[in-house]
Design a protein around this ligand. Structure first.
Ligand SMILES: [Zn+2]
Ligand SMILES: [Zn+2]
Ligand SMILES: [Zn+2]
Length: 207
C-alpha cells in the first residue's frame, strides 16, 4: 500500500514520495512539523475498515486508484426539503475528471476519510465515462475546484487574444486612428485591413 501524508488541518492526502520533503501543506500552509514516520503510521491505521470487512480485488485506499470522491453524507432518516432519506446516501464527484457524479448508497463501512460502498453498486461518470471499480471513496480533496468553474476559466484563458503565428499573448491593439487611416486610404471598409485589430509584439504579425 502506498504511504500517504495527510494534512491534519485541511485533510488533503499527498503521496508520501511527493510530500516527504514538504515543510508546510501546499494547500492550506499548515506546518508539517510532525515526525514523518509517526504521521504515516497513524494514517496507515486509519486505512482499514477493520478485520470484519472483506474488500474486493479492486478496492484500494491508494489515491491513484480512487474512482470517486465523496463530499457529503446524508445519514439514514435524514429529512431534506421534506423528503426523508430512509437509507441515507452519499454525494460524490468523479475522481478522474472532478465533475459531480450524483449519489451512491450509504456506506457499509467507513473510516475518518474513506467510505466503503456496497460492491453491487455501479456507476459511471456521465462526464468522462470513468466507471466505478474501486468501491472505496476517499474524501474529496480540499483543493478540489468545481470543474464547471475550472472549465470557465480555461475558456476565458482560450479567449485571451493570442498571436496566431507564435501564440504570444504580448500583443497590442492597433490604434483606431491607424485603422481609420487605412479605411480612408482604401475608400471602403476593406475587411482585410479593418479586421486586423492586433499587432504581435513578439513576431510583429498583424491579425
Ligand atoms: Zn493542508
Ligand atoms: Zn469523470
Ligand atoms: Zn507573434
Amino acid at each position: 500500500m502506498a504511504k500517504k501524508i495527510i494534512c491534519e488541518s485541511c485533510g488533503t492526502v499527498f503521496p508520501f514520495e511527493k510530500a516527504k520533503d514538504f515543510t508546510v501543506c501546499p494547500v492550506c500552509n499548515a506546518s508539517f512539523d510532525d515526525e514523518e514516520n509517526e504521521t504515516s503510521s497513524i494514517h496507515d491505521d486509519e486505512l482499514s475498515f477493520g478485520d470484519d470487512i472483506e474488500l474486493s480485488e479492486n478496492d484500494s485506499f491508494d489515491e491513484d486508484k480512487i474512482d470517486f470522491w465523496w463530499y457529503s453524507i446524508r445519514e439514514p432518516g435524514e429529512i431534506w426539503k421534506g423528503i426523508t432519506f430512509e437509507d441515507g446516501n452519499v454525494s460524490i464527484n468523479c475522481a478522474k475528471c472532478g465533475h459531480f457524479a450524483g449519489s451512491a448508497p450509504y456506506p457499509i463501512a467507513r473510516t475518518k476519510d474513506c467510505l466503503l460502498i456496497d460492491p453491487r453498486f455501479t456507476i459511471k461518470c456521465g462526464h468522462c465515462g470513468n466507471e466505478l471499480k474501486n468501491h472505496i471513496f476517499s474524501k474529496r480533496p480540499a483543493d478540489w475546484v468545481d470543474p464547471r468553474k475550472r472549465d470557465m476559466w480555461v475558456k476565458d484563458y482560450k479567449n485571451i487574444p493570442k498571436c496566431p503565428i507564435c501564440s504570444s499573448t504580448k500583443i497590442h491593439k492597433i490604434s483606431m486612428t491607424n485603422k481609420a487611416a487605412s479605411a480612408l486610404v482604401f475608400g471602403v471598409l476593406s475587411a482585410g485591413h479593418v479586421s486586423k485589430t492586433y499587432k504581435c509584439d513578439t513576431c510583429g504579425a498583424k491579425f
